[in-house]
Write a protein that binds this ligand. Structure first.
Ligand code: MN
Length: 176
């Protein structure tokens, strides 16, 4: 299971660290007035890394719930998943496999292209699919800080467990 301690450290320490860092970098910079997504698209160096990690974690934490909704099989998202992967289970399998095979730290994403087609991408470090013109829908964080307290080196076991807290209503809404 995903422990409260893991989520407390992840949200309260790791994400907070990125927020504190960005708040130190922003004042007086040309990025100060920009929305987070625009900073991610335009910045580099520490500005990019911290803004990217805040955007990534915002999408990550808000897709979970202690009382998560299941994927509605009649939703446009579910229909598109089945159309492309054959079944929701086959999609989940590929999503986890791409999270497991991502070398080092990063994120695996489900995103939508402009025509509604879905795509799974591996994004290293602080990267976010918005930089590729994609609309991010669902993500699993594969940085070790996301799972080390509960699962140590067993990234695959952690990712398999994450499905239990994904609130599909949120993901469906992002697809609309
Ligand atoms: Mn993280």
């Amino acid at each position: 299971m995903i422990s409260a301690q893991t989520l407390e450290f992840h949200h309260g320490k790791h994400l907070q660290g990125y927020v504190d860092n960005l708040n130190k970098l922003l004042p007086g910079s040309p990025f100060e007035i920009l929305p987070l997504e625009e900073i991610v698209k335009r910045a580099d160096g520490g500005m990019f890394n911290n803004a990217g990690q805040i955007l990534n974690h915002n999408l990550y934490f808000t897709q979970f719930s202690p009382a998560p909704a299941e994927l509605n099989p009649n939703s446009p998202l579910a229909k598109q998943i089945v159309k492309q992967w054959g079944s929701v289970d086959a999609f989940k399998e590929e999503f986890v496999a791409k999270g497991v095979s991502l070398f080092g730290s990063g994120w695996v994403w489900l995103s939508a292209q402009e025509d509604g087609t879905l795509v799974i991408t591996q994004e290293p470090g602080a990267n976010n699919p918005v930089a590729k013109g994609l609309k991010p829908l669902l993500t699993f964080d594969v940085w070790e800080h996301a799972y080390y307290l509960d699962y140590q080196n067993r990234r695959a076991a952690h990712l398999a467990e994450l499905w239990k807290i994904v609130d599909w209503k949120v993901v469906e809404e992002r697809y609309q």
